[in-house]
Every structure is written in C-alpha cells, then in structure tokens.
Design a protein around this ligand. Structure first.
Ligand code: HEC
Length: 117
C-alpha cells in the first residue's frame, strides 16, 4: 500500500465511527421518556416512526412502531428480547438497562406510538 493512502484510510475510519448511531449509548437512569429520546430516537425517531424531525427516514430505523397493523403482530416478549439482546443493527441494551425496565419501555413507550396515530 502506498504511504499516502494510509492516513486517508484512518480518516475514513474515524469519520465512519463518528457517524455510528450505536456509539455512546447512555445507561438507563429511570426516566423512560428521556431514555427513548436519548438512546432510541437516534435510530427509531422521537415519534417511533423511524423518521427524523424533518420527516426524513432514518437509515437505521428497522421498524415503524406507528404502523399498528404491523406492530399488533409483534409480541411484547419478542420486543423485550430484541431490546435486551439486539438484532443486526439494533444494539443490545442488556448492559444499559434491566429486563424489567425494557419491559416497561415496550409497554409504556414503544406500544403507545401505534396508539397515538
Ligand atoms: C443504532 C440504532 C438503534 C438504536 C440506538 C435502537 N434501535 Fe431498536 N432497532 C434498530 C434496528 C436497525 C432494528 C431492526 C432489527 C432487525 O430486525 O434487523 C431495531 C429493532 C427494534 C425492535 C424490534 C422491532 C421489530 O422488528 O419487531 C425493538 C422493539 C426496538 N428496536 C426497540 C428499541 C429500543 C427500546 C431502543 C432504545 C432503548 C432501541 N431500539 C434503540 C436500531 C436501533
């Protein structure tokens, strides 16, 4: 590899990790709504529809929680499991919150997105 290329590659790597939405996920501190905004909304959107504030689809959204037809086919227990253990681009939160907290997150926050529409 040419010596000129290496710094360029390092730069590209730094830029990529700076844009990684799973980076610097905070620990759960007890406020579910705040935690959604701080830890989940960067990928799932503040309103759970996988869009940013200007309505643009977020690249790592994965699922539209406001789509009640689709959401109704999903079980709470499966959603808690994905939140704890992660799946593909969805990071695992087992080191950030307890399973009981994740359960409350699903019933009190995530489920309500579909009801709000
Ligand atoms: C780095 C981006 C990212 C963050 C942060 C994130 N998610 Fe996800 N989430 C995803 C992606 C991508 C998927 C789809 C995974 C798949 O099915 O491949 C997903 C899927 C899910 C699912 C399953 C939906 C389905 O397909 O049935 C739930 C539930 C969920 N996330 C909840 C949360 C909660 C709660 C938080 C915050 C505590 C959170 N997510 C934070 C990216 C993220």
């Amino acid at each position: 590899m040419s010596r000129a290329l290496l710094p360029l590659l390092l730069l590209a790597g730094a830029t990529l990790s700076a844009g990684d939405p799973a980076k610097d996920l905070p620990k759960f501190q007890g406020d579910l709504q705040k935690y959604w905004t701080d830890a989940c909304a960067r990928c799932h959107g503040v309103n759970g529809n996988g869009r940013d504030n200007s309505g643009k689809p977020l690249p790592d959204a994965g699922f539209d929680f406001t789509d009640s037809r689709k959401a109704n086919k999903k079980k709470d227990s499966d959603w808690v499991k994905v939140t704890m253990q992660g799946k593909d681009k969805m990071p695992a939160f087992k080191d950030k919150m307890s399973e009981a907290d994740a359960q409350r997150m699903i019933t009190d926050i995530v489920r309500k997105f579909a009801a709000k529409r």
